[in-house]
Design a protein around this ligand. Structure first.
Ligand SMILES: [Zn+2]
Length: 433
């Protein structure tokens, strides 16, 4: 018996020596482990329990309860990093999250060590309840300390940005997460208000890859989505596609009809310097008014519906006085010729539309629109051409669905008008007459 006891103590001494611990501490730890065995680390349950506690009202604080979502993606990312031995300290973790997952705009991290997971839950809950509002996601990760005596927990609380949609511009959101359509860089984006529109700008390739405008009801759309395929009822003779003179006559007739029909009016927001408010072609047609982009949209929508290769151009133009001003105009290609179609009285030339070769140097477009596509200029210098893929890069944005296009209020029978062909010119007539 004595020999057995001596051997047992020798063993304990040897184990305590191996762990480089005083025999007393070693015994206390081993005994407590015997009474209180090592817990299994259940990452998923721990995250679920912490999220539920974090979202419950705090006992000490009168703040509104948080609405955090458990981020299993982020938890998985933490576990992968731990397996690869790259976990690092808290500042390394927060900067790695911001670098690799730019959708997380604000990242806060904390770590605690405790013997029991319930103690960690208490510590983390207290910490989360002192966080500022606005955080949206939560992740946590548990690992054993090297001596296996305690559990180290890391908790991350962060604000995840919503993915950009034009609809979100109408809400209180000011910051979004977006992917550059050119270089596919993922980045946070704040959409600045600008008299020329609202732009999605890529910090990586320094290019704009989205242009957005408000409609009359204050809803934002991609600029090309204002082209909806609208064609007013009309009796314009259709020319054979191979008959270039006939096509030119058809284009000119439609162009003059739009100019004659629309009263030029600057929109109220534009006058207040707060940016433009755009009309859909159906609205410009029904209300018989609009400014340069509204009438260009009606003209281009109509031309495209008749099979023309037409685009709305956004940019700057030189006025007769030599000043340069923000402007919108239409371009249309027939055969090899590109025509510039001005739809506002200031620029309109009743003799007929000039070609780009004749007056193209008076214009500097930064974007072109057709149905479904916005073209961004690739080059800084301007060699006037509207159709070369060398100069223009296309970004596709699907057209709006019929439900998304505002319905036209019935106004004095204007909806029921058609463009009637009288004495070689188009006129707007009430069909009911
Ligand atoms: Zn980019």
């Amino acid at each position: 018996m004595r020999i057995v006891l001596a051997l047992f103590f020798a063993c304990l001494l040897w184990m305590s020596f191996q762990k480089r611990e005083p025999i007393k501490a070693f015994l206390a730890r081993e005994l407590s482990a015997l009474i209180d065995p090592i817990e299994t680390l259940d990452q998923a349950s721990f995250l679920a329990e912490l999220t539920s506690r974090a979202n419950a009202a705090s006992e000490t604080s009168k703040k509104t309860p948080l609405a955090l979502t458990a981020s299993t993606d982020l938890q998985f990312w933490l576990s992968q990093r731990s397996i690869n031995g790259q976990l690092g300290d808290l500042s390394a973790i927060t900067s790695a999250i911001k670098d690799t997952m730019p959708t997380f705009a604000e990242v806060e991290a904390i770590e605690f060590k405790a013997r029991r997971q319930t103690e960690l839950l208490d510590e983390f809950t207290r910490w989360i309840h002192t966080r500022p509002p606005g955080l949206t996601h939560l992740a946590t990760f548990l690992i054993r300390t090297p001596d296996e005596d305690r559990v180290k927990g890391i908790t991350i609380a962060c604000r995840k940005l919503p993915r950009f949609t034009p609809t979100l511009l109408n809400s209180d959101h000011a910051e979004f997460f977006s992917t550059c359509a050119f270089c596919e860089d993922e980045h946070p984006v704040s959409v600045e208000r600008n008299p020329l529109g609202r732009f999605l700008h890529c910090p990586s390739c320094s290019r704009n890859y989205g242009i957005l405008f408000q409609d009359l009801e204050g809803r934002y759309h991609h600029a090309n989505q204002f082209l909806t395929g609208f064609e007013p009822p009309s009796f314009v003779p259709r020319a054979d596609p191979d008959d270039l003179d006939g096509r030119h006559f058809e284009m000119t007739t439609i162009w003059k009809a739009v100019v004659d029909h629309c009263r030029y009016e600057t929109d109220i927001l534009g006058l207040a310097g707060q940016g433009e408010q755009w009309q859909f072609a159906s609205q410009t047609h029904a209300y018989a008014n609009g400014d340069c982009e509204d009438t260009s949209i009606l003209l281009v929508d109509w031309l495209i519906a008749r099979g023309f290769d037409a685009r709305v151009a956004l940019g700057w133009a030189q006025t007769a006085g030599g000043e340069t001003t923000g402007h919108a105009w239409a371009v249309c290609r027939i055969g090899r010729e590109e025509f510039i179609l001005e739809s506002t009285p200031h620029y309109y030339d009743p003799q007929g539309p000039p070609t780009n070769a004749e007056i193209g140097n008076l214009y500097l477009p930064y974007a072109l629109l057709n149905r479904g596509t916005t073209y961004f200029r690739r080059t800084e210098g301007w060699t006037p051409t509207y159709y070369s893929s060398h100069d223009w890069e296309a970004i596709t944005t699907p057209p709006l669905s019929p439900e998304e296009i505002p319905k036209i209020a019935e106004t004095a029978g204007s909806v029921a008008t058609a463009h009637r062909w009288i004495h070689g010119r188009l006129h707007f007539n009430d069909l009911s007459r």
